[in-house]
Ligand binder design. Sequence first.
Ligand SMILES: NC(=O)C1=CN([C@@H]2O[C@H](COP(=O)(O)OP(=O)(O)OC[C@H]3O[C@@H](n4cnc5c(N)ncnc54)[C@H](OP(=O)(O)O)[C@@H]3O)[C@@H](O)[C@H]2O)C=CC1
Ligand SMILES: CC(=O)[C@@H](O)[C@H](O)COP(=O)(O)O
Ligand SMILES: [Mn+2]
Length: 395
Amino acid sequence: MSRRRVTLLGSTGSIGTQGLEVIAAHPDRFEVSALAGGGNIALLAEQAARFRPGVVAAASGSADELRAAVRSALEATGATGATGYEPEVIVGPEAATEVAGRDVDVVLNGITGAIGLRPTLAALRAGATLALANKESLIIGGPLVHDLAGPDQIVPVDSEHSAIAQCLRGGRSGEVRRLVVTASGGPFRGRSRDQLAEVTPSEALAHPNFAMGRVITTNSATLVNKGLEVIEAHLLFDIPFERIDTVVHPQQQIHSMVEFHDGSTIAQMGPPRMLVPIALGLSWPERLEDVDEPCDWTQVQSWDFAPIDDEAFPAVRLARQVGAAGGTHPAVYNAANEVAVDAFHDGALSFVGIVDTVAAVVERHDDARFDAHSVDGVMAADAWARETAAKIVSG
Ligand SMILES: NC(=O)C1=CN([C@@H]2O[C@H](COP(=O)(O)OP(=O)(O)OC[C@H]3O[C@@H](n4cnc5c(N)ncnc54)[C@H](OP(=O)(O)O)[C@@H]3O)[C@@H](O)[C@H]2O)C=CC1
Ligand SMILES: CC(=O)[C@@H](O)[C@H](O)COP(=O)(O)O
Ligand SMILES: [Mn+2]
């Protein structure tokens, strides 16, 4: 594999920082072309001083602030001036989109939320491989992404979809009977709807296995994450919803499975960490060496499996409905959820109120008003859903 130029969008987040860890461990394989963050200018500047990309981008702050932060981060490394490193700096809400398609072989999209859509489209348009963690952009931009993406241009980084892609490696997708997407069940696994009434934001942020950003961690607790992942699996692997199952597997050692039409099932296993899916996103179809520890088969252990409780956690059932309806339904589900998650953390909504709000917004949505085949149409549906969710939250 030749040395790949990598751009990291959301470089200051959980996926982004782990992406840089993989790159730092394989300097012969990767160089950083651009880094894009949101508002954490200090960390972004430290990353720039260490990895020396040609471009550094931030969604907020000012270009002068970012330049100054990079200079002081360089000074802190003791490499002041001597190297003459002065990256191009881009600041503003469209900064990630601007850098996504420039001088790059692989774009790792680790931005959270619907704002990842335009950068995803820019990366695809530029012909880069898209290592996709930002599942929201695929889910809300389904037909748009589908029309732009070439074969194998999108490499899933989401652990379940990376697992399925690994199970399908080498072709034979015509022999697939069903996909089985595993779920941790979140921190509230086993509780009834009544028992969920009083749970707090800090309890919802205690994911049993993964340290992730606030939105995806909350989505794991409501199982909205699993709902999004069922739609993601449908879009990535072109399998109808009725052939995509879910199973709660609290240990998260099996990251997902593929059942074939002869009755055989292939599962992908590993400890619940993101390094392998991220590394594969960057190096696909090759595997890098010694990315993470494997499962330890010398230890006594037991793994559990159970169905999702759709009464306590209706998010997956609802996601199947919006996914099958298509159009701008998934964009509305996602946008309403983003608003409801913020409201929950602000103390304006109960935990069960999150999915109740999403369901109420989905119910009021008139898909005929929006064009799912244009970015503006998708973003108009997204904006409508945000406004409607905010009204419901405020009563
Ligand atoms: N974390 C994980 O293990 C997994 C994550 N994913 C998916 O990956 C994505 C990222 O998740 P995660 O890393 O946990 O989230 P984090 O909240 O940790 O990170 C989000 C990143 O997005 C950046 N960001 C926010 N707004 C913008 C913007 N307008 N332009 C550019 N960057 C922006 C943030 O910057 P800043 O902090 O500087 O404001 C931060 O770097 C999500 O879609 C999630 O569902 C999927 C599977 C696993
Ligand atoms: C690591 C990853 O891919 C996350 O999406 C994680 O799988 C969350 O797990 P649950 O949503 O099943 O809790
Ligand atoms: Mn996942």
